[in-house]
Design a protein around this ligand. Structure first.
Ligand SMILES: [Zn+2]
Ligand SMILES: [Zn+2]
Length: 114
């Protein structure tokens, strides 16, 4: 026989001796535990909870970052990460084309022709 805590854990909740209050996901779990039909408030809380979980799962499911690209740098930021060096350099190169122009001009300019 599963304990109340077992049910809570199996539903992704912290085990607790506190009974769920109606209108919360924990309340929904309580109905579930007692084999009751969840009330409207708990059903609503459950769907909100499921939606949040789905959203969180979706975020983890993002496509892999293509490192060393400006797009990759944006992906790092999108995930609240600091871009890795490869992405940061690629991003800077794309965002500051003037830096590259400056480098090229400097290289093209022969020092002895002044
Ligand atoms: Zn309820
Ligand atoms: Zn990266």
């Amino acid at each position: 026989m599963a304990t109340y805590d077992d049910v809570m854990v199996s539903l992704g909740l912290e085990p607790s001796s506190e009974p769920g209050v109606c209108g919360t996901y924990r309340g929904y779990a309580r109905h579930h535990y007692y084999g009751e039909d969840p009330c409207a408030a708990c059903r609503k809380a459950n769907s909100a909870y499921k939606r949040d979980r789905a959203r969180a799962a979706k975020k983890q499911d993002l496509p892999p970052i293509k490192h060393g690209t400006a797009r990759g740098a944006r992906r790092h930021w999108y995930r609240n990460e600091k871009p890795c060096d490869a992405c940061r350099i690629a991003y800077n190169a794309e965002m500051c084309p003037r830096w590259r122009t400056y480098d090229r001009d400097r290289r093209r300019r022969p020092g002895r022709a002044a």
